[in-house]
Design a protein around this ligand. Structure first.
Ligand code: ADP
Ligand code: NI
Length: 201
């Protein structure tokens, strides 16, 4: 990758460190860095050629304007303009970020490119496994939601509503493999959770 692109990625990291610094909702800087690392891993595991610059930049910027986080709109656009990212990469990155959310998938919208599919898989994998369990309760706590109980808002309900469904939605083969391992672990966790409630453990 050329020096210009490296510099843009460094600047994007600075933006991420600024915007996600005080996050306690599971969207902290560590989440972003894990998504970047996983996206690179998925890109390497895939035999087709992909644009690694677009993948890294989209992964870095993907949660800056998440509606749940109440960050000001236009931050990503201003950043891409200011750093001189070309028009076609800008459009590609916008379209990845816009289409990768679970709510878009439920509406039948799909990410179009392999780069987008990889970033979406990386983000979704971070909602699974031990880290996924930790993030779900962190998010629930930050929204003052009950851990368990009858309420549909309870974090335990989120596992059945969304997290256990993610494995089937993975786009790439390597992500499917990892999702399978992580989902098995989460199901085990849920079984233990129920067993401990009933004191049958
Ligand atoms: P991402 O940050 O990966 O784009 P989300 O913003 O959908 O994904 O969710 C961030 C984290 O918060 C995930 O680990 C997800 O499981 C968790 N989360 C999202 N919505 C809920 C909810 N209603 N209850 C519990 N956890 C949630
Ligand atoms: Ni995310």
């Amino acid at each position: 990758m050329d020096a210009y692109k490296k510099d843009v990625l460094d600047k994007a990291l600075e933006l991420v460190e600024d915007y996600h610094a005080s996050d306690t909702s599971g969207h902290d800087v560590a989440h972003i860095l894990r998504v970047v690392k996983m996206a690179k891993h998925l890109a390497l595991a895939n035999s087709q050629e992909v644009d690694i610059f677009v993948i890294e930049l989209a992964a870095l910027l993907h949660d800056i304007e998440d509606p749940k986080l109440n960050h000001p709109k236009g931050t990503v656009a201003r950043f891409l303009e200011k750093t001189g990212v070309n028009e076609s990469d800008q459009q590609h990155i916008f379209s990845i970020i816009e289409h990768m959310s679970y709510s878009h998938t439920k509406m039948g919208k799909r990410v179009a490119t392999l780069e987008g599919k990889i970033v979406q898989d990386a983000d979704r994998l971070d909602a699974l496994g031990a880290i996924g369990i930790a993030r779900a309760f962190t998010y629930g706590g930050s929204k003052k939601r009950p851990m368990d109980g009858q309420s549909p808002e309870a974090t335990i309900a989120h596992f059945y509503d969304k997290l256990l469904k993610l494995e089937a939605l993975m786009n790439t083969e390597e992500a499917r493999r990892i999702a399978k391992v992580r989902t098995r672990y989460m199901k085990n966790f849920l079984m233990r959770f129920i067993a401990e409630k009933q004191i049958t453990d």
